[in-house]
Structures are given as C-alpha cells and as structure tokens.
Design a protein around this ligand. Structure first.
Ligand SMILES: *Cc1c(COP(=O)(O)O)cnc(C)c1O
Length: 421
C-alpha cells in the first residue's frame, strides 16, 4: 500500500466499540487473567500488555504504523528524539567501544555522542558526511555504530547513504540514521540497507509543535547481520538480566526486542499514551504536509536566491546546491522538506531581518506547521568566535528557516519586507 494509506490505517484493529479514532489507553498497568497468564507474558511465551513502561496499546499503534511507513520490522517509541538516539547507540555499544558519527549532526546529538556517551566509556569519532571514505580510517574491532543524519539539521546536507552503508557492511557494523528532517515520506533509509533509523517525533511527526517524543525503527531481517556477528556478542549470548534470553533466537526483531526488554525496562524513557496519540494524529497528514512544506521551502529558497541582499541560499532542492544530486537520488521526487538557510553580509543585518519578520516566529524548533526563524550565531552557536562560526558552517549572517504551511505568498511577502526594511 502507499504511504498515505498506511499512515491512516496501519497498526490499528478497531476495538469492540468500533472506535474510528485510535483510543488513548491512559493506564499504568493491565490485569492478568491468572498467574499462568502473567508468567507466560513475562517469559514471552505469550505477547501482551504488562505495564506501560514496557508496552501500551496506543503506543503500540504508533510504533506499528511508523514501522510500516519506514518499511521496517518493528519500532520502539521513546520519550524524546534524544532518548531514541541514546537507545539506538546503547543497544549496540558499551563501555570500551566506539561509534563513528558524521560531524554534521543535530546539536543535541553532538553533545550526546562527544560528551555524554564519553562519560559512559563510549568514544565518538567523527567523519565529514561529504567524505564517507574517512570512515575507513576510523573504524576498528570495537566500532559498534556508524551514525549520521539523512538530511542534516542545522547544516542542511544530504548524506550519500549508499556510500556509507557500503563501508559499514564491509565491516559488518550497524548503521543508524537520524531521519527526522526527511521523514519516511521523503526518504526511506532502510530501503538503502540502513539497519536502524531514529526520529525526533517532536518535529514533522507531530507536525504542529505539540509534544516531545522519539522513535527507533529496525529494518527487516536484521537478525541476519547480528547473528553470530562477533561485534555484537550481547545479541548472541544469554542475557542474565532476562533469564538467559538470547535475542537473536526468539524469532522477533532482535534490536527492538532488546531495546524494549532491557533499555525501556531499565531506563524508562517511554512515550506517554497521550503523546503517542498525538503522533498518530500527526502521521495521518504527514505525507500531505511534507509535500507542502517542501513546495513552500523551494519557492521561498528560489525567491531568496533572487534577492540582491542575500549572499547565499542553502536548500538541497536548488540546482545551485552542492547536495542537489544526493537529494534527487534519495528523496521522493526530489522534495527536500522544510529546512533552509540563507546568508546576509553581517550579524547586524541578520539581527535586523529576524526582528523585522512578522509571520515567522523566533523559536528553536523545526517541523511546525507555523514558520520558524532562527539566528544560530546569537542563540545555539553563541559561544563561538567569528572564526569558529565560519569553520563549522554557521557564518554570523546566517538565518535559518523552518518553512511552515502558511500561504507561500504571505511567506515571501513577509521576508521581502524584512529584507527591504
Ligand atoms: C530535534 C532533533 C533531535 C532531538 O529530538 P528531541 O525530540 O528534541 O529530543 C534529534 N535529531 C534531529 C535531527 C532533530 O532535529
């Protein structure tokens, strides 16, 4: 079935009331029929609800539906995008291991991998997403994950997924891709051989800036790669914390099984049923919105490119953009989502423009139906010097826009009056 159909129907069997909308199962726990039933659930002889930290029927629909959209075998919803990323890495790596990450990452992912994971004994090594060949010099016997974003936030680069996956597979290493900005509607990394995708559901999935959440999706047949792979002994040896379970021998998608039974159980970063329900509402219109976000962003980028005060526009849908070829190859009909940035001469000019816009809100978020404008040099990248800003691709005059669903005429008119003010 097409993605738009799956987004409306996948993963939901109507309950005894025939409820059209997926119900919110707002509960902490579930009654067992008897002691044997309880024992069977705990030993996985039967699958079913135990406690909402482990599973919940509303969250289950969100997970199944999202897994279908992404073309995966299973998914785990988490309390935020950051916890989905942490789960994906912590499920593969432990103290003494390393991970190889693209330099072009979301700010929170950079601090998590470079600093927080280091405190847990996991070392992050970085490659330029435009130079996958750098990966070869970074991997060794202790490398457990290669992590990158399909469409990077905030630098707006498009990864050459096939090139990175080929290197990872040569070494039998798991690839984890953050597909937040592209969404499964525009890009499907699992179809290119990626093993696990992660998302911040807080962005385009909710779509209206309503809730924080995350999700991790495992590809089909991942058991083949994990089974007897010496890098991933913990998927092939009995887990003492789960009565000797061997994750690759259960017959269920092993990556999600372990993430649920050990990480969700013990770390508890679970999606609330209400937030899962909001994400389900968002998914119903995701494909319509992504097309509109992309069309608006392209038209705005083309307008900005034509304006004399604008030095440079970064949007992979523009023919002038270095990522154009990758965007045509990996994104559905070359549609590139709603994120774009542009550069004016100075910090002062940028500040004036941002302050002069009326329709764009000054907010550190992306993927909202309402348009958002940010000035990285005075906010997220404030601590850096002018030279450091240039080095990490965030010049002082850079303005970032998350293009919303307002009429494109209004979006262009508002930016025009701000530029001309
Ligand atoms: C926002 C974002 C995250 C973090 O997600 P939260 O839901 O805010 O925790 C991770 N990756 C990307 C690409 C993001 O844009």
């Amino acid at each position: 079935m097409d993605l738009q159909t799956l987004a409306l129907h996948a993963g939901y069997e109507k309950d005894s009331q025939g409820t059209m909308a997926v119900p919110i199962y707002q509960t902490t726990a579930y009654e067992f029929r008897d002691v044997e039933h309880a024992a069977n659930l705990f030993s996985l002889k039967e699958l079913g609800n135990i406690y909402t930290r482990l599973n919940n029927p509303t969250t289950d629909v969100f997970e199944k539906r999202f897994a279908e959209l992404e073309g995966g075998a299973a998914a785990i919803a988490t309390s935020s995008g950051m916890s989905a990323i942490f789960f994906a890495i912590a499920n593969a790596a432990e103290a003494g291991d390393n991970i190889v990450c693209a330099k072009q990452l979301y700010g929170g992912s950079l601090t998590q991998t470079a600093h927080t994971l280091k405190r847990f004994g996991i070392e992050a090594r970085f490659f330029n997403v435009h130079k996958p060949e750098e990966i070869e010099g970074l991997v060794d016997g202790k490398t457990k994950v290669i992590f990158f974003e399909s469409l990077t936030n905030p630098s707006i680069d498009v990864a050459d997924i096939d090139a990175i996956v080929a290197i990872a597979n040569k070494h039998n290493i798991l690839t984890v891709v953050d597909n937040t900005v592209a969404t499964p509607i525009l890009c499907r990394p699992l179809a290119h051989g990626v093993d696990v995708t992660v998302h911040s559901a807080s962005k385009y999935t909710t779509g209206q800036g309503l809730a924080i959440g995350g999700i991790l999706v495992e590809r089909k047949n991942l058991t083949e790669k994990l089974k007897n792979n010496p890098r991933y002994a913990h998927f092939n040896e009995p887990d003492a914390s789960y009565h000797g379970l061997v994750y690759t021998e259960v017959g269920l998608p092993p990556f999600c099984l372990r993430a649920r039974l050990s990480l969700l159980r013990d770390l508890g970063a679970v999606s609330s049923p209400f937030n899962s329900w909001l994400f389900i509402q968002g998914m119903e219109t995701l494909s319509l919105r992504m097309r509109e976000h992309s069309a608006n962003a392209l038209a705005l980028a083309e307008f900005l490119e034509s304006h004399p005060r604008v030095k440079k526009v970064n949007y992979p849908g523009l023919k002038s953009n270095a990522n154009y070829a990758n965007a045509q190859k990996y994104f559905d009909k070359g549609a590139c989502s709603g994120l774009l940035s542009f550069e004016v001469a100075t910090l002062e000019e940028a500040t004036k423009i941002v302050n002069a816009t009326k329709l764009y809100s000054l907010v550190v978020n992306i993927g909202d139906s309402k348009s958002i404008i940010t000035h990285p040099a005075s906010t997220t990248h404030q601590q850096l010097t002018t030279e450091e800003l240039e080095a990490c691709g965030v010049p002082a005059g850079l303005i970032r826009i998350s293009c919303g669903l307002e009429s494109i005429n209004d979006l262009i008119n508002d930016i025009r009056q701000a530029l001309d003010a």
